[in-house]
Design a protein around this ligand. Sequence first.
Ligand code: OKP
Ligand code: ZN
Length: 343
Amino acid sequence: MLTVYSTAHRLHHATELKDGVLKPCFEMPSRADTIRARVQAVGLGDVIAPRAFDPSRYARVHSERYVRFLEQAWGEWRELGREHDALPLIWPVRDLRSDIEPEHIDGKLGFYAMDAGVAITAGTWEAVRTSADLALTGMAVLEAGERSAFALCRPPGHHAAAEYMGGYCYLNNAAIAAQAGLDGGARRVAVLDIDFHHGNGTQSIFYARDDVLFVSLHGDPKQSYPYFLGHRDETGAGAGLGFNHNYPLAHGTDWNGYGAALADACRRVAAHAPDVLVVSLGVDTFKGDPISHFRLESEDFLRIGATIAGIGCPTLFVMEGGYMVDDIGVNAVNVLCGFEGRS
Ligand code: OKP
Ligand code: ZN
């Protein structure tokens, strides 16, 4: 399996507001480099650089003004003489108006963010757009005839929706790749999200559409971030009714509960008969993850890969979360090895 990787991710290393304190993000550069090292250690396949795509490709699933905001936010912040990471501090909840884009950067940050886990720094845009380009390059690899590819994206993407960032995510790499698959001729695409956290952004982007099936296994939003989406009764809207399926699972879920839910989720994906499958690959379901609450063991990730392979469809793996840096290399690559029938 080819891996698409770039060192550009290192340009993004930010702080987040966590437990009331400004701290370095758990989503840190060593994550991607740990996974890349494991890809090479097991001889998964060649590591290739991404092609550069035009931002109009990102605007197939995001609004143009949101993409422009991401590109310009750091400059606007710096014009005010600020040097620390740009973070939002006010949000248009419920009866506040969200139909008018503010002009001031402080207003824009709140307008385009769902939480304070998405700092913008000097290198953020370059890292973010390269991350999306990794996913687009991965989709191009499949279109060239490969059965699978691994886009080693960082920052991740699945919390980012058409017009907002959140949870370490800025551009939705998986959604951008899924849309590229359709634009390249696929008639049906599925996105299977196995990150511990619900992929609210991906769900939101495709919620009213029947050409992209979204299926997600995640910590129950009653107990887990992102709290405000990911319940079982969210099954799609309009033409998209029946094309969204959530499997909220309780804290403490181990392979017993997880394996059964995954088998059911994969049956649904196979029934959609996708021309291409995008997997939002998070390994924060691991028992030792510092910010998540499932109990999967490293060997379970081999089983996940084998179960996904059973769908029998060209598959693009897009890296999402996973925060215990020492183990995420083994766990992420175990999914890919399991998919290939290796142990
Ligand atoms: C991203 B991915 C708010 C941040 C709360 C965010 C967790 C994001 C997980 N200050 N924590 O799905 O692994
Ligand atoms: Zn996650």
